[in-house]
Design a protein around this ligand. Structure first.
Ligand SMILES: *Cc1c(COP(=O)(O)O)cnc(C)c1O
Length: 370
């Protein structure tokens, strides 16, 4: 028997989460963001649950090629655009739309001998200071692109730094609107947090615009946890990380658990040792107190996470023992949910990082029930 750790991807949850996001922005087309191998779920495995999107947005030419090989004929958008002139060949061949975020990428396009004109998303740096042209340079860049025979259509785009937090998006929307107001073309602004938190706000009527770009919410993580959780947003976990108890120990008061003896039993306890460690992608920072489900019932981790194992508290779960199902995050066999956000929060990180960081040694299956 293989080691019992397992990731399960739930296509039904992907479908439900997409429907939930669409309901929030019914007049917009949806880019399903599938960068980082569909946020760790696997593009091939996630595709079935994501077929209702209007296009896929990603970073790697390789991921774009894989989607074309899977017979996805719809739009594909490269969110960082191309990295060298040669990449434009593949854009032409595979029909990829691409972001243009800097003058150098316009130079490359101007030199490119294209078969068919390209559809580009011109990205404005409206305050995040990562990618994009500043408002003062944006209009000139637009005019340059607009004059190129290599370019067929230009969509205006920007990205928010604080859609999930108290600063919000209004200041960036103002900058974006002011610089693009009189320019023709479609627009795209919102990620998951902007869709869920701000798209329905009456003071930001253009936020959903022509295209939205949800990522993490599709996969069942609340982008603004702990302010809100997935239950609040009506999202379902699209990934379950599960394993089993492979040993049980009975502790006396004063006995310690694991490397560094960081947990000491206050009295008699029963603990389970679970086949899951940081080499599987479970965060090492999730020491004592991180929530975990055993046979679908909530308990906690104890001591340090080691490479291949963690310890969990079974003291109040007398029916649990060797072989019991353990849900590190996601959905247990009895339907109980432990959100990836809760686990991430206990480890001082975000759901995004955990879903992207599941280790290659963990086998992945698609939920046969959905
Ligand atoms: C990753 C990304 C998104 C999706 O962000 P989420 O927070 O996962 O919804 C949208 N737009 C761009 C440009 C991105 O890089």
């Amino acid at each position: 028997m293989p080691r019992p750790i397992q990731v399960t991807v739930h296509p039904e949850a992907l479908r439900a989460n997409l429907a939930r996001l669409r309901a929030e922005t019914p007049d917009s087309r949806v880019w399903g963001v599938v960068k980082a191998n569909a946020y760790g779920h696997g593009i091939e495995r996630a595709l079935e649950g994501l077929r209702s999107v209007d296009g896929f947005a990603l970073l790697d030419l390789d991921e774009a090629s894989r989607l074309r090989a899977l017979d996805w004929r719809g739009p594909l958008l490269l969110l960082e655009g191309v990295f060298e002139t040669r990449d434009l060949e593949l854009c032409s061949r595979l029909g990829l739309w691409h972001v243009v975020h800097c003058e150098e990428q316009i130079d490359m396009l101007a030199l490119h001998k294209t078969h068919a004109p390209h559809r580009v998303f011109l990205k404005m740096n409206s305050g995040m200071n990562r990618l994009g042209l500043r408002p003062a340079a944006y209009r000139n860049a637009w005019a340059r692109l607009n004059a190129l025979p290599q370019v067929e259509e230009i969509t205006h785009m920007t990205h928010f730094s604080d859609a999930d937090g108290p600063l919000g998006v209004a200041h960036q929307v103002r900058v974006f609107d002011a610089a693009t107001r009189d320019l023709p073309g479609e627009r795209s602004l919102s990620n998951s947090a902007a869709i869920l938190r701000h798209a329905a706000a009456p003071d930001l009527p253009n936020l959903a615009a022509d295209w939205v770009r949800p990522g993490v919410a599709i996969y069942g993580s609340a982008p603004d946890f702990p302010a809100h959780d997935i239950a609040h947003w009506g999202l379902l976990p699209a990934m379950t990380l599960s394993s089993r108890v492979i040993a049980v120990q009975a502790l006396q008061a004063g006995d310690t658990v694991g490397y560094g003896s960081t947990f000491s039993a206050p009295g008699a306890m029963r603990i389970g040792i679970v086949a899951c460690g940081y080499a599987d992608g479970y965060p090492r920072h999730c020491s004592t107190g991180t929530p975990v489900l055993v046979q679908g019932r909530r308990t906690r981790t104890l001591g340090r996470v080691s490479m291949d194992m963690i310890a969990v508290d079974l003291t109040d779960l007398p029916e649990a023992g060797f072989g019991s199902e353990v849900t590190l995050w996601g959905r247990a066999g009895n339907g109980q949910v432990l959100s990836i956000d809760e686990v991430a929060h206990a480890g001082g990180t975000v759901g995004y990082e955990l879903m992207c960081a599941v280790a290659p040694r963990v086998p992945v299956q698609v939920d046969p029930a959905a």
